[in-house]
Design a protein. Structure first.
Length: 427
């Protein structure tokens, strides 16, 4: 998933992709009023060690005034895509915060997607496509950023997925900050991670499949807002006397240094903490962390140390898809009873992200996703569904050795007479 002044997203050691050439098409199903659409991304090419970063405008996505219940099929690495390609005929619709310029996406998870619940419980939904919100002369569209690394034959697969600069042929056209040794800036489009000498692998034409579950918007649905927190956030407190607003400069990635030689591994824990003021009150509907390999969990606390949500990783123990040894294959989630966990406007919050420091890690993340509803919103109990809508991962053929980043962004686009279609933009 991508955040940052140059987007980022998330890492994956192997993902399920469709291995064939085919145009994107929806496969619509409906059950108990919940519609399920399956779509395909544009084609992208990979070969051992190669990085591909594609940005696609106007992807296939359900249209109209709807409530999204689930968006699955996006596995991810630590990667980027420059936002400078946005032209004046676009209006990007970001999530509700809290980062000022980073993490604008609506959706984005990593290799943990397959074992992480992502459904939005009834009667809640993520509202999109409200005609009242679309400016005159614009229409709704979605943007997809697919950033993939082919790790087949890599000398150091973990190093490739952590974008260690010494493993990549980073070119001189992009200056690196002092002491920058790994992360988003070293694995941009068309760079290569070092593979084992003599390794041969075929070039592959791939595309990505994503599944969306949604319902037509109606009065019984309670809208939720998407908040993405980043433990690297440099928070500047508001100063009303000087007319200064609060600022949240999210760095997105950070490094974990290894612990001193001789220290027991179980004592090697790196903790990064963020304390900030919550901007608006509401009820917590859903919470989950996103971390990388080496993580031991993340917790969000409210004032007085009360736990808002703890999210802990599950690591794979085998070779099969969804159980890759050494990689996070799932994150625990929080689904509080409606109204039971509230956050007040101005409340002091603390986000804690923990990693094992038994070995060094570069470009790791400490993100936390929350869905928040207005405490004053009351669902129509007579119409609200009683069951939660479970997610459908919708995977196809398993392909190993690919790191993938995907981010979906909602935007308005000036109407024109040209034929709609995918436009591949290379960052």
């Amino acid at each position: 998933m991508a955040c940052g002044s140059e987007w980022l997203l998330i890492y994956l050691s192997s993902v399920f992709l469709l291995f064939m050439v085919q145009s994107s098409q929806g496969q619509l199903r409906s059950e108990n009023g919940v519609k399920t659409d399956v779509f395909l991304s544009p084609i992208f090419m990979l070969e051992p060690g190669l990085v591909s970063n594609g940005i696609y405008y106007n992807i296939d996505f359900p249209r109209g005034h709807i409530a999204i219940k689930s968006f699955n099929g996006i596995d991810i690495p630590n990667h980027h895509g420059d936002l400078e390609f946005l032209r004046s005929d676009h209006i990007m619709i970001k999530n509700s915060g809290i980062c000022d310029d980073a993490c604008p996406q609506y959706f984005g998870l990593g290799s943990e997607t397959r074992r992480t619940a992502t459904y939005v419980p009834d009667p809640y939904g993520i509202e999109v496509g409200n005609p009242a919100d679309i400016p005159d002369g614009y229409e709704e569209r979605w943007l997809l950023n697919v950033h993939a690394i082919d790790t087949r034959g890599a000398e150091d697969k973990l190093g490739c997925t952590e974008c260690r600069c010494d493993l990549y042929n980073v070119t001189a056209d992009r200056a690196l900050p002092p002491n920058y040794t790994g992360g988003l800036r070293c694995c941009y489009d068309s760079t290569r991670c070092r593979v084992k000498e003599g390794f041969q692998g075929v070039k592959r034409s791939l595309f990505f499949r994503y599944t969306v579950k949604y319902v037509d918007w109606h009065a019984s649905i309670v809208p939720v807002k998407i908040f993405i927190l980043d433990v690297t956030d440099i928070w500047t407190k508001a100063d009303e006397s000087r007319g200064l607003k609060a600022r949240h400069h999210c760095l997105v990635e950070y490094d974990v240094e290894s612990c001193p030689v001789g220290m027991a591994n179980d004592g090697c824990i790196h903790t990064k903490t963020l304390t900030f003021s919550w901007p608006t009150g509401g009820d917590v509907i859903y919470g989950v962390a996103h971390q990388h390999a080496g993580a031991t969990g993340s917790t969000l606390y409210g004032e007085g140390g009360r736990t808002i949500c703890s999210s802990n990783p599950t690591y794979g123990m085998g070779d099969e898809p969804g159980n890759e040894a050494g990689y996070i294959v799932g994150m625990s989630t929080c689904y509080p009873s409606p109204g039971s966990v509230k956050i007040a406007a101005g409340e002091t919050m603390t986000l804690v992200s923990n990693y094992s420091s038994a070995q060094r890690h570069t470009g790791v993340m400490g993100l936390f996703y929350l869905l928040i509803s207005d405490s004053s919103a009351k669902p129509d109990a007579a119409e609200a569904h009683k069951s939660r809508v479970m997610s459908d991962l919708g995977w196809a053929v398993a392909l190993f050795g690919v790191g993938l980043v995907v981010m979906a962004i909602f935007m308005f686009y000036v109407k024109s007479g040209r034929v709609d279609g995918y436009e591949a933009i290379k960052a």
